[in-house]
Design a protein around this ligand. Structure first.
Ligand SMILES: C[S@@+](CC[C@H](N)C(=O)[O-])C[C@H]1O[C@@H](n2cnc3c(N)ncnc32)[C@H](O)[C@@H]1O
Length: 171
């Protein structure tokens, strides 16, 4: 993962990303769900790494402005309702330093007819079980959140997409 320095993992879940962070980075993870944080703590112990973990809502974080060099969020925005996409992005922008980077990994609905068909078939179950959607199109809120999209690329088929953004300068 091309991030460094003070890194925030927003919606850290069970800490699946821990192994990808550079050893000299200082990682902070937040999540709304205590059970997920408990599993992240277990993983942290197993890996013997130093990660600060907090129970926090991504839309209302207790960090000062400009706290992090990078913010990473993997499969968080798919579980946030449409009306929470912009507030979450605005809050992430607030805690990211002006020269920092925001990396968001998300699902997108495939354009291939067969994969699209399968995803549409799964969508109601994924919605029911996880409150998740495959097609949040989180990048549509970047402008409004004061973010510039600097890179968008698929990491798996045209289903899993990495979005890299930077805070736009304040007016
Ligand atoms: C699909 S999981 C992804 C977890 C992890 N990032 C990963 O890739 O394995 C989504 C996570 O976001 C957390 N979450 C949902 N709403 C949140 C919110 N408003 N603030 C912080 N975390 C939230 C959930 O508790 C869950 O752990």
């Amino acid at each position: 993962m091309g991030v460094k320095g003070d890194v925030l993992d927003a919606g850290v879940g069970t800490g699946r990303n821990f192994i990808h962070y550079p050893k000299d980075s200082k990682v902070t993870g937040i999540d709304l769900t205590p059970a997920m944080l408990a599993r992240a703590r277990w993983r942290k112990e197993q890996l013997g790494i130093n990660v600060d973990l907090y129970e926090m809502n991504v839309m209302e974080m207790d960090f000062p402005d400009d706290s992090f060099d990078a913010v990473v969020s993997t499969f968080l925005f798919c579980v946030l309702d449409d009306e929470h996409q912009l507030p979450a992005l605005e809050e992430i922008r607030r805690v990211c330093r002006p020269d920092g980077e925001i990396h968001i990994l998300e699902y997108s609905i495939s354009k291939s007819p067969w994969r699209r068909f399968i995803m549409k078939l799964w969508a109601p179950w994924v919605r029911f079980a996880y409150g998740a959607e495959f097609d949040r199109n989180t990048e549509q809120y970047f402008d409004a959140a004061g973010l510039e999209l600097v890179e968008a690329k698929y990491l798996h088929k045209d289903i899993i997409k990495l979005l890299v953004a930077r805070p736009l300068p304040n007016d």
